[in-house]
Write a protein that binds this ligand. Structure first.
Ligand code: ZN
Ligand code: ZN
Length: 171
């Protein structure tokens, strides 16, 4: 899984070969939020341009599991991405666009994960107008209400911040 045998391409530079595989990705954390990808399917083609290199172009589809960045509810959504990666037996460490491979097996996991992460929304939301959690009592404002925000003191969230900064300066 996640590996392709590219020996045919290396023997026959310039000739493209089709492939299809599944990739398993470990759960990860992105900007403090847990992110997992399931059902990661990769389909495309690989070819060797020579020079002990292999280029892979493929479509990736997956199901992403994360959580709403406002209310922390679990959110599941489909993601598609494109892999357009070059694998080199001795990649230049200065070149972040090159992935390494050994013998005649290309391991797609890193390239697929990088491609999927690029397609994640900057902020995952359960719905566009999610009201989030009350910053004072933590209640989910989509399901309930509280009176925290009615007090004059929290009318402007930055006024509290300003007080803290001023206090620090006095000390
Ligand atoms: Zn939400
Ligand atoms: Zn509250």
């Amino acid at each position: 899984m996640g590996k392709i045998d590219v020996s045919r391409a290396i023997k026959d530079p310039g000739q493209a070969y089709a492939f299809e595989t599944d990739v398993t990705l470990e759960p990860m954390e992105v900007l403090g939020d847990p992110v997992g990808f399931r059902e990661v399917r990769v389909a495309g083609e690989y070819l060797s341009p020579g020079d002990a290199r292999v280029s892979v172009k493929a479509d990736v589809s997956a199901t992403a599991d994360s959580r709403c960045s406002r209310c922390l509810t679990p959110v599941t959504f489909p993601v598609t991405a494109q892999v357009d990666a070059v694998f080199d037996r001795q990649p230049d460490p200065e070149d972040p666009d090159l992935y390494s491979f050994e013998a005649s097996t290309v391991e797609l996991t890193d390239a697929v994960r990088d491609a999927l992460l690029l397609e994640l929304p900057l902020r995952v939301l359960c719905k566009p107008d999610c009201k989030g959690l009350c910053p004072v009592c933590g209640i989910d404002l989509n399901n309930g209400t509280c009176t925290c925000q009615e007090g004059a003191e929290v009318k402007n969230p930055f006024s509290a911040l300003k007080d803290i900064v001023l206090d620090d300066e006095e000390v």
